[in-house]
Design a protein around this ligand. Structure first.
Ligand SMILES: *[C@@H]1O[C@H](CO)[C@@H](O)[C@H](O)[C@H]1NC(C)=O
Ligand SMILES: *[C@@H]1O[C@H](CO)[C@@H](O)[C@H](O)[C@H]1NC(C)=O
Ligand SMILES: *[C@@H]1O[C@H](CO)[C@@H](O)[C@H](O)[C@H]1NC(C)=O
Ligand SMILES: *[C@@H]1O[C@H](CO)[C@@H](O)[C@H](O)[C@H]1NC(C)=O
Ligand SMILES: *[C@@H]1O[C@H](CO)[C@@H](O)[C@H](O)[C@H]1NC(C)=O
Length: 778
């Protein structure tokens, strides 16, 4: 039968509604909103504002184009009926959520396009079942989070496109499972941090795009995990400096570092990238460059758009380039007689300097340095004054003496220094006025300096200081005048010390403090003498995790503006209910990993208006009052109760604003007392995993799935709702005749634990809708 004949036949058949056809001549269904090409097995339903995937798409379809619809959510098993798809286009479908298992059954899919949607989280197992997928487009979404295991099933994926999203951080092992990935595109996000093992496991990756992000440093360690990468695009990141051995990549040939803010580049920056052939450094702030060690086969070095000053300091580079046949792109930005002269055209002889005297005179005019520093003149970079064993970058206004074995705070930094990095030295003690001549320093790093005492007025004179890092020292207490003279201090890091008290009096001199880190200290009590409100009226975030706090006195927290309070990993035995009224703007409270066995009815009443995120994991909680959540109501967005000892959970239905809930790892007793939770889980449009632990025959089953609740007396539910629930029950019994017999439990203990976002029967979404309808008609 020819194709045209077949088409004709099909349409005739449809018109006449003669549906039973012999198996040799198969009529292809074509949903009315779509156009179908039966020979190529293509179905297109583009721009139809569809809210559901048409159920009548022919099951043999190989290419399905659903661009520009209004699908909003892809539920589990959404494509069960079209298992032969190879290409699926879901661009611009307003998709907010891709549920786990949404693509299950699409084992032949090669290309999946989810670009231009509104997805914010990639759940573990979102892409389960796509075992042949080669290309995945997720660009132009709102992805902020990639959950561990999101890509584990994509063993054949070649290209992953995550450009134009909102990623800030890539956690360790984020891309685990991509065993055949060649090209990973992460451009146009807001990445400022990549975990050291972020790209671990990508043994086949040859091309990586990280351009247009917020990386301030070259992520050396992370990149060393990518043995096969040949092309790396890091352009458009705000990096100012590339240090020695920054690029440690054995096979890298093409490196794009253009349009950054590079002020300087170590001559050893590429020493561990032996096969580099193209380096693009265009549009940075480089004034000169030393000859580069490492790459033996460099072909071009693009310096276009840098303010290269063509004097004698450029001579080594020029001679090196000429000898090695390296093409230098770009032009001189001075001195005047060489302005705009292509670097390729200037000769080594053109590159001359004035006398040393002249240079020094000029430098002196520019920088009024304090005395006692050691001037050197070997290269222009070092011709400014800078303490011994330190590096001072006068363009970037950075000075660093990190890990240089100093036992006294060095002096004589350039007066304009804004970032002073002294971490990893051995100061032991900071005496008064330890930092003369640093009035413009904004950020001071003193981590890991073995400091056990800070004398009063130690920072005196640092009147621009906003960020002070004193983490991981040996401080046991703070002198009340320790922060005298730094009134604008805004971010203070004191985590990882041995403080035994909240350093209230020292903080009374920091009236602009906004964020205070005190994690990993030995604070055991928060007392009213801490007087947060009077000492730090502006404080918004207070981190006290991993102390030994047992008691929080009534007035201890009083801080009118505090929004974030982390009290996790302490020794509290109850919710500090009495102290909370003093923090009326608290939005985020972390109480995880305390030993709070019981949460009483009015535990959070005083902050019910403001609280948005409440974390209560791993507290050994056995009971939670029914009323506690009533207070919190629609404002609460995040609630975690993971890893407690709860047998029963209250009805969560008052929490209508919940966006995330974690109830995992509780020994729930699935009997009628849990019916309200069951009903809520069934109705809510959220991913909820709540697993029965008892009775034993239900162990491991989801509260949502177990049939026991159908037998519960309906008195528990308000009468109106009972009416609404009734029809569902009969339906459920019809569809699951065996529902009264507990199903066999599939033992998957390990998995249940790892899994953050739970599973759900594919019918969930539909069921909810049915019920809603029932409710309305009632
Ligand atoms: C698309 O559907 C929604 C409701 O499903 C409706 O509000 C909207 O007006 C429709 N848009 C168009 C362009 O038809
Ligand atoms: C050098 O950089 C400029 C500016 O970014 C660019 O236009 C040019 O194509 C680059 N040349 C090479 C050979 O990469
Ligand atoms: C608290 O301590 C534990 C164990 O030492 C550590 O794993 C965790 O990262 C710490 N948390 C914080 C916030 O410092
Ligand atoms: C809350 O505290 C727990 C335990 O320390 C920690 O694992 C978790 O990341 C914290 N949550 C937030 C949002 O800080
Ligand atoms: C049923 O619901 C309606 C409206 O939602 C309410 O006015 C009425 O009081 C409820 N009846 C009972 C018995 O709760």
């Amino acid at each position: 039968m020819t194709n045209s004949l077949k088409i004709q036949f099909v349409s005739t058949a449809v018109i006449l509604l003669i549906l039973p056809l012999s198996s040799s001549i198969k009529a292809r269904k074509c949903p009315k909103e779509c156009s179908c090409d039966d020979t190529k097995l293509i179905v297109g339903c583009v721009g139809k504002n569809l809210t559901h995937i048409p159920p009548t798409i022919d099951e043999n379809t190989v290419k399905l184009d659903l661009r520009s619809n209004n699908l909003q959510m892809l539920s589990r098993g959404a494509f069960m009926h079209t298992p032969f798809l190879t290409h699926l286009n879901l661009q611009r479908c307003n998709i907010v959520k891709v549920k786990e298992g949404a693509f299950r059954a699409l084992g032949r899919l090669v290309s999946l396009n989810l670009a231009n949607n509104k997805i914010d989280i990639l759940y573990q197992e979102s892409f389960d079942g796509l075992s042949s997928l080669k290309e995945l487009h997720l660009d132009h979404n709102r992805i902020e989070e990639i959950q561990p295991g999101a890509f584990t099933q994509l063993g054949f994926l070649n290209m992953l496109v995550l450009t134009h999203n909102q990623l800030v951080y890539i956690p360790n092992m984020a891309f685990q499972g991509l065993q055949n990935i060649k090209w990973l595109r992460l451009s146009h996000n807001s990445l400022n941090n990549l975990a050291p093992e972020a790209f671990t496991g990508l043994f086949t990756l040859s091309r990586l795009n990280l351009d247009h992000n917020e990386l301030q440093f070259f992520p050396t360690q992370t990149m060393t995990r990518l043995p096969e990468v040949r092309r790396l695009d890091m352009s458009y990141n705000p990096m100012t400096y590339l240090g020695e051995e920054s690029v440690f990549m054995a096979k890298l040939t093409h490196l794009y570092l253009n349009h950054m803010s590079l002020q300087d580049l170590s001559d050893q920056a590429f020493s561990q990238a032996p096969v580099l052939s193209q380096v693009d450094l265009s549009h940075n702030q480089l004034h000169y460059l030393e000859r580069l060690s490492g790459p033996k086969d460099l072909i071009t070095l693009n310096l276009t758009g840098n303010p290269i000053y063509c004097n004698c300091f450029m001579r080594p580079l020029k001679e090196w380039a000429t000898a090695g046949g390296v093409k230098l792109l770009g032009a001189c930005a001075g001195p005047p007689h060489l302005d705009d002269e292509p670097l390729q055209a200037v000769t080594s002889l053109d590159l001359r300097c004035r006398s040393r005297g002249e240079i020094l005179k000029e430098e002196d005019g520019k920088e009024q340095e304090s005395k006692g520093s050691i001037p050197t003149t070997a290269t222009p970079k070092q011709s400014v004054k800078c303490p011994l064993n330190c590096e001072c970058d006068t363009e970037a206004h950075h000075a660093t003496c990190e890990g240089s074995g100093h036992t006294k705070v060095p002096r004589g930094f350039p007066i304009k220094t804004q970032l002073l990095d002294l971490r990893g030295n051995h100061f032991h003690f900071l005496r008064a006025r330890s930092f003369p001549g640093t009035s413009q320093v904004v950020s001071l790093h003193l981590e890991f300096c073995k400091i056990h005492e800070i004398e009063g007025n130690a920072f005196q004179g640092m009147k621009s200081l906003l960020y002070l890092y004193l983490s991981d020292n040996y401080l046991t207490s703070l002198d009340p005048r320790a922060f005298a003279g730094v009134p604008d201090l805004t971010y203070l890091h004191l985590e990882g010390n041995q403080l035994v008290q909240f350093p209230g009096s020292a903080l009374s001199l920091t009236p602009n403090l906004f964020v205070l880190h005190l994690e990993r200290n030995s604070i055991s009590k928060l007392e009213p003498s801490g007087l947060l409100s009077s000492v730090t009226p502006t404080l918004r975030e207070l981190y006290l995790s991993n102390n030994t706090i047992t008691v929080i006195a009534k007035a201890a927290l009083s801080s009118a503006f505090i929004e974030t309070l982390h009290l996790d990993s302490n020794q509290l035995t109850e919710v500090p209910t009495d102290a909370l009224p003093e923090a009326p703007n608290l939005e985020e409270l972390n109480l995880s990993r305390n030993s709070i066995g019981w949460v009483g009815p009015k535990a959070f009443q005083s902050i019910s208006q403001s609280l948005r995120r409440l974390y209560m994991d791993h507290m050994g909680m056995e009971k939670m009052s029914k009323d506690v959540l009533l207070d919190l109501g629609p404002g609460l967005k995040v609630l975690t109760l993971r890893g407690n000892q709860l047998k029963v959970l209250p009805d969560l239905s008052p929490l209508t604003g919940l966006e995330m809930v974690d109830l995992q790892d509780n020994p729930l007793l699935c009997d009628c007392a849990l019916e309200p939770l069951h009903r809520w889980v069934e109705n809510v449009r959220l991913e909820v995993t709540a697993t029965c632990d008892l009775p034993p025959e239900l162990r491991g089953q989801q509260v949502r799935d177990v049939p026991v609740f159908t037998a519960c007396p309906k008195i528990i539910a308000p009468s109106n709702e009972t009416a609404a629930v009734e029809p569902r029950i009969s339906k459920m019994q019809k569809s699951k005749p065996s529902s009264l017999k507990p199903r066999k439990v599939k033992a998957r203990p390990g998995r249940a634990k790892i899994q953050k976002q739970p599973k759900k029967p594919s019918q969930m979404a539909k069921k909810t809708e049915n019920k809603k309808t029932v409710n309305i008609t009632n």
